[in-house]
Design a binder for this molecule. Sequence first.
Ligand code: NDP
Length: 283
Amino acid sequence: MANIINGKAISAAIRAELKEETEAFFKKTGVRPGLAVIIVGEDPASQVYVRNKRRACEEVGFYSEAYELPAETTQTELNALVDRLNADPAIHGILCQLPLPKHLDENEVILRIDPQKDVDAFHPTNVGKIMIGDYSFLPCTPAGVMALLERSGIDITGKECVVVGRSNIVGKPQAMLLLHANGTVTVCHSRTKNLAEVCRRADILVAAIGKADFFTADMVKEGAVVIDVGMNRRADGTLTGDVDFESVAPKASFITPVPGGVGPMTITMLMQNTLTAAKQAVN
Ligand code: NDP
């Protein structure tokens, strides 16, 4: 049976460290890291995320503001809010919860957020920095995966890493971070041929496709490290990952559960980015 990577415990340990760092930073500079979260419309899942982000800010000692805008907010109004937050010295990180209602242009918002306050690392300036390995903000979910690997003592150098999924927020930056950590990286997607065969090559398999229980034991090499980024709702409302945990866990050396694996790390990495942004702002 695999070692189960406890994302909840690792996340709690990192948050405790961040809280200490935040207090030390405040003592030295008088500045409290500030995060503004914008949400437009009444998507219940997004509302839960925003609440969790607020709670995480309190836990690590940040200042936070939440803007819950009505669904009919115009692009001009949203842009004006972003401009105001860009100029506000008490705010070091700005996050606009996606997806936005259809009449709003997500790209326009991403481009408008000051790259130095872009704690989601979605702005092309920060995406470009990630590509060349000169980054201050790490994309939250892939950074969470890297922290889980590191804190579980898993060495990436020279390992066959297979990332399944090529989205801008998970798969692509994940592949880049593994490459910077000296992994030999393959990226798979919906057009990949012989997916099971490619996955079986992996020493480290990262599943990020959004299909419940898709990765079964026959797709995993004996002793592989299996990281499940997927978050899918079953018909009964319970949460499940992309990996069929029951069949894969006995074969893997390490595995992340869902819930309690990658999920808790994402917000923690957002807190890390916000502290980094505050430190950069005072320098
Ligand atoms: P997207 O839908 O943006 O991307 C899915 C990717 O998976 C695409 O690249 C797609 O390929 C690929 N894919 C889909 N079906 C298959 C298949 N059958 N075989 C191979 N590849 C396939 O999703 P995200 O990247 O945003 O999210 C992925 C998962 O991670 C979701 O379950 C999401 O909920 C979860 N997630 C979890 C987070 C966390 O905090 N734990 C944060 C963000 C996401 P193609 O490009 O060819 O279409």
